[in-house]
Design a protein around this ligand. Sequence first.
Ligand code: 13P
Length: 256
Amino acid sequence: MSRKPLIAGNWKMNLNHLEAIAVVQKLAFLIDDKDFEAVDVAVIPPFTDIRSVQTLIDGDRLRLLFGAQDLSPKNSGAFTGDISGVMLAKLGCTFVIVGHSERREHHNEDDSIVNSKVKAALANGISPILCVGESAAIRAENGEVAHVISQLKAALSGITPAQVKKIVIAYEPIWAIGTGNVATPEDAQSMAQAIRAQISKSAGAEIGERLRILYGGSVKSGTIREIMAGADVDGALVGGASLEPEEFARIAKFHR
Ligand code: 13P
């Protein structure tokens, strides 16, 4: 089965809503129907930008997808500062990033919180982009596959095979994020293969074959083609290079 690649730009805590509009307008100009036939392209801006991005994408009928960087495990209530999946669904978010290493580190999100967020996204019809990945110390001890598989099992605990169909996995080795130190195509491929094998085991071969697995960590236009050459790598979660529309568009056009 052929999987449609996904190139998603995680803006992190960058670009206000006015800058977001300018970036999306540039992307709309740079990325054309031919690209959208071949690749799904998404922007993942900060919460404060999402309404502006939605209005522009809907109003101009752009084929660009969008999502959010986090969500609450709860749907509503006394949770000051949090944003729910209900709210994100109402804004038309296709995706929500869950379990990014920056949230695991700076907000102490453990596997059980990640699991509850995956469930909250699915309950609201939003596809989680579930991030997994090892630190440099774990890789130095050759523990990366065991670590990633354990993150994966915990995050997907209690999720039915039918729900797994909606999930996207992003393998983001922590040592590659924001360092310029991109994983080798072989490392990205071998982890993607291990992730797919695990999902095939837990959810069945057919769902394993359908699952989109992205690589993230210092992806640039100069390295995207070799990363995408891996048979199990179905796209990229791009941080820094997604803030510059020309560069992000070059990445989205990797197939040309
Ligand atoms: P960089 O592309 O800036 O390394 O960030 C990757 C990332 O964390 C995407 O979620």
